[in-house]
Write a protein that binds this ligand. Structure first.
Ligand SMILES: Cc1ncc(COP(=O)(O)O)c(C=O)c1O
Length: 381
């Protein structure tokens, strides 16, 4: 580990006592983020209310997300959660005509399917894209589901259950051929994987700041391609979704000309302090360097896990995975508890123990994981 990453690791005090491998659940609290949260308290105590400063914080988060995703600030809505962003988008989609189909992969986080199923009452028809024989979701299955009736395709970047990465550019190419829109859920990759929404060609991207972005819960983002904004008018909204927040007009809804139209009420102020600092940490190191570091440490982990006889649900191929390495278990919940007893913090979904790495992890965390698994071999599948 280079001196640079040692210094980065030192910003996260929890790593002094834990092998923390749950960043895809909640990223660790870094010293600059802790300082930002304290700053919020100092500002509150000193100023009481500071609406100008608070909206500036939300705007700083907007600008930071835009820079990270290679988008414009006018293309970013600052929301209270990923779910809030998808809901606002769904409310703006018209399902009354023949193009009423929403295609969702079976790798979606529940929110990303449930919200589209909720639109069935508004005329939407939801079709799922199933896994193939190797457990991935192949492009041929998207090809079968996406057709001239498809309005929107929801695709996850890295699956929260097994760490598999989908071919987003491939899905976009199929969707384009059929005139369908694409929403990327990048919650399990943003901050850990370099994402260029323009290069990928997605129309929308959604996520939040509590995982690899090292911020806090209760704040998220929705990217909306500038070319799509005018045609989409959400039917959920509020005063922070208006063209002029201070217009205070109770006689009309006047949506912002930017992606801010997908916002609702008062921004999540305290969370914005944390999110600004977390995004700052990622941008300072550079997401490409963070991605390379994570690829190196997860690669090492996968090789050592395979040597130790573990069965993995995540493919070894670097192109088909992100920051998560999922380990098959006979009782994933029990194994996660046993690891925690040894100071190794992971998480579980499906039959897998999920180990989710950030650039602050190092070989000592991998070693602690291998040792803790070896002591609980009977729970490995
Ligand atoms: C991939 C993915 N999408 C969506 C969500 C839901 O996000 P939120 O709780 O902000 O709505 C999560 C939460 O873990 C997630 O991992």
């Amino acid at each position: 580990m280079s001196a640079d990453w040692t210094a980065f690791r030192a910003l996260f005090p929890t790593l002094g006592t834990k092998a923390y491998l749950a960043s895809g659940s909640y990223g660790l609290l870094g010293a600059p983020v802790e300082a930002a949260i304290r700053q919020y308290m100092d500002d509150r105590l000193e100023k009481g209310a500071d609406w100008g400063g608070w909206t500036a914080k939300a705007d700083a988060v907007r600008d930071g997300m835009a820079a990270l995703l290679n988008a414009g600030s006018d293309e970013i809505a600052v929301t209270a959660s990923a779910s809030a962003g998808i809901n606002a988008l769904a409310s703006a989609v018209d399902f009354s005509g023949p193009r009423n189909k929403v295609v969702v992969s079976n790798f979606e986080f529940p929110t990303g399917a449930q919200i589209w199923h909720a639109q069935e009452r508004r005329g939407a028809v939801v079709e799922h894209v199933p896994e193939g024989p190797d457990g991935g979701v192949p492009l041929e299955h998207f090809e079968r589901a996406i057709d001239e009736r498809t309005r929107l395709v929801q695709v996850t970047h890295v699956c929260y259950r097994n760490g598999q990465r989908l071919d987003v550019a491939g899905v976009v190419e199929i969707a384009r051929r059929h005139g369908a829109l694409v929403l990327l859920d990048c919650f399990q990759s943003v901050g850990a994987v370099d994402i260029d929404v323009k290069a990928l060609g997605v129309d929308f991207a959604v996520g939040g700041m509590l995982k690899y972005l090292l911020g806090a819960a209760g704040i998220g983002f929705l990217y909306v391609d500038r070319a799509r904004i005018a045609e989409l008018v959400p039917t959920v909204g509020g005063w922070f979704a208006q063209a002029d927040t201070n217009a205070m007009d109770i006689f009309a809804n006047d949506p912002a000309p930017s992606a801010a139209r997908f916002q609702a009420g008062t921004p999540p102020v305290m969370n914005a302090y944390a999110a600004e600092a977390g995004i700052g940490l990622i941008r300072e190191r550079g997401v490409a360097a963070i991605e390379a570091r994570i690829r190196e440490i997860t690669g090492e982990a996968m090789d050592r896990l395979a040597e130790a006889g573990c069965r993995l649900a995540t493919p070894r191929d670097d192109a088909r995975r992100g920051p998560q390495v999922a380990i098959r278990a006979t009782d994933a919940a029990a194994l996660t508890d046993r690891l925690a007893e040894r100071g190794v913090i992971a998480s579980w979904r499906d039959g897998n123990v999920r180990t989710m790495f950030h650039a602050y992890n190092d070989a000592s965390d991998v070693g602690a994981l291998i040792e803790a698994l070896a002591a609980n071999r009977e729970l490995l599948a």
